[in-house]
Design a protein around this ligand. Structure first.
Ligand SMILES: [Zn+2]
Length: 248
């Protein structure tokens, strides 16, 4: 109750200070979409990680462009329908695709916006337990990104992720997208001597689970493709080599 009426950034700063008074916090209560690129650069230059805790598409797109421009790793957290599920996307410039590559369908939906289907789900009310489960997965990824390259538990976890940067989280059996994903993944399981997929769905998996998928990399992405000159060079060299071989 003590946070009611306080800006989120200030309430969060207060909470972090209470947990660890040694942390230095600069709370900035401005909309990222209202800031010029210079202001964004000033805010974010030198930071190790950006966490986009917003469901607003225009803010996510602005944060993605900023993260790519400044070459900062970023974690995007999305909580879907009443917290029954969600999606965590993480990006590292030059290593993974950017948010636009991974969540291309959100950009397509923004371009063909249908007034009956709002892109931004405002004030998505759900159970705190489900929201926190999705946030905890994002937090695990955030720590792994910060520990990458180190021989620590989370550094090794980062290696084990192998670039799987599109994480689908199901909190509740009613989460339709999660069920579709599981159906697709389990579809190839043998039907003999028993129907393994049906048995898993009915007896083993239910809720609080996650799928860790490798997000798409769009070679022509208008946001991050120019950041991948080396990859493009390698692709061009490979294409030239293959063309030369097929001519022989
Ligand atoms: Zn991209």
């Amino acid at each position: 109750m003590e946070d009611v009426g306080t800006l989120k950034v200030e309430a969060l700063a207060r909470r972090i200070r209470r947990m660890n008074p040694l942390v230095e916090i600069v709370a900035c209560s401005r909309s990222i979409t209202d800031m010029s690129t210079c202001e964004q650069d000033e805010l974010a230059s030198g930071v190790d990680l950006v966490i986009a805790g917003t469901d607003q598409f225009t803010a996510q797109a602005a944060i993605n462009e900023m993260a790519v421009r400044l070459e900062i790793p970023a974690v995007f957290i999305g909580i879907h329908a009443q917290g029954s599920g969600g999606r965590v996307v993480w990006t590292i410039p030059r290593e993974t695709g950017c948010y636009r590559c991974v969540a291309a369908e959100r950009y397509a939906a923004a371009e063909n916006q249908n007034p009956d289907q709002p892109l931004d789900l405002s004030a998505m009310v759900g159970c705190l337990i489900d929201g926190q489960f999705i946030d905890l997965i994002a937090l695990k990824v955030a720590v792994a990104i910060l520990e990458r390259g180190r021989d620590s538990a989370y550094g090794r976890f980062y290696q084990r992720m192998k670039g799987r940067n599109d994480i689908l989280v199901r909190c509740h059996p009613e989460y339709e997208w999660g069920r579709l994903m599981w159906d697709a993944l389990l579809a190839d399981l043998p039907k003999n001597p028993k129907d393994y997929a049906t048995e898993l769905q009915a007896e083993a998996i239910l809720a609080m689970d996650s799928l860790w998928l490798k997000g798409a990399v769009d070679p022509n992405c208008p946001v991050c493709a120019t950041q991948r000159p080396q990859r493009a060079q390698v692709q061009r060299a490979l294409a030239a080599y293959q063309a030369g071989r097929s001519n022989q």
